[in-house]
Ligand binder design. Structure first.
Ligand code: DHB
Ligand code: FE
Length: 267
């Protein structure tokens, strides 16, 4: 049975697609080129490659949906940490790792290690949240996530950390570097047609969850990175840029990143 919501969404979608075709006097060839692109995306997609999502991302749709989703939370007196898009490379089965351990197992020669740590708190009260889970993932310096790269061990550069009694988490990771989204398919072709590049600024992905609180999906961006102003998938937001500081007296890491997360209480 079709829900009222489904009727609303479908009728608006069809109305706007028709309006678009009328507005540009869409030709048969142009419409068929669009069909080819959708079919190409379907042929390219598998468990490791989500080309449909990539197509949506380069036209800013995932980012817009994220803005719409965060809009309510951002109105609070003391708003939670800003969300950002999930992107196509999250894995549901990342292992839980010990605080203070590492997610970089195949550290590349040009890789710089950072110690990332911080506290998860309640946005409203500031209370530390113990037993929160901090799920992180990042690409290596070659621009590839482990599932795209046969040279990285399984679950390299990803892991889940559980906050301690003071709400704290910590781990070693790579200082992230800018890289291109996969551009050998229709998303890359679309970028070329729009005269845009395929690069994303250096970032680390996070999903932070605690019982009784809204789940937060976000990304943090190195404030010194290139492409902050022209991210190919429009994910950069004010308030999500972070500063890597030189780390003294730690043979394991040359950079220090402190990053606290505030979660919104569920009503
Ligand atoms: C996209 C997001 C990412 O974080 C990434 O690494 C590659 C692509 C995306 O939104 O399509
Ligand atoms: Fe990413």
């Amino acid at each position: 049975n079709t829900s009222p919501r489904m009727r609303t969404v479908l009728s608006a979608l069809i109305q706007h697609v028709h309006d678009f075709a009328r507005e540009v006097n869409l030709t048969t060839d142009e419409w068929l080129a669009g069909v080819d692109m959708i079919n190409w995306a379907g042929r390219m997609s598998n468990e490791r490659r989500n080309e449909g999502q990539l197509l949506c991302d380069v036209i800013g749709l995932e980012s817009l949906v994220d803005d719409i989703t965060y809009r309510e939370a951002s109105k609070a007196d003391k708003p939670p940490t800003s969300s950002a898009i999930l992107g196509p490379f999250w894995r549901a089965d990342a292992p839980v790792r010990e605080n203070g351990s590492t997610i970089t197992f195949n550290t590349p020669k040009d890789g710089q290690v950072a110690y990332m740590h911080g506290q998860v708190t309640c946005a409203e009260t500031g209370k530390p949240l113990a037993n929160a889970s901090v799920d992180v993932w990042q690409a290596s310096t070659n621009g590839l996530y482990e599932q795209q790269d046969p040279d990285q061990i399984d679950c390299n550069l990803r892991g889940k950390f559980i906050t301690d009694a003071e709400g704290r988490y910590s781990f070693y990771c790579l200082r992230p570097t800018p890289y291109p989204i996969p551009f050998d398919g229709p998303a890359g072709k679309l970028l070329k047609l729009m005269d845009r590049h395929e690069y994303r600024p250096a970032h680390i992905h996070l999903i932070v969850e605690a019982e009784g609180y809204g789940s937060l999906t976000t990304q943090i961006f190195d404030k010194d990175s290139k492409y902050l102003e022209d991210d190919s998938v429009f994910a950069v937001k004010h308030g999500l840029t972070v500063e890597f500081k030189p780390r003294e007296g730690d043979a394991q890491a040359q950079w220090d990143l402190e990053y606290d997360v505030k979660l919104a209480k569920k009503n």
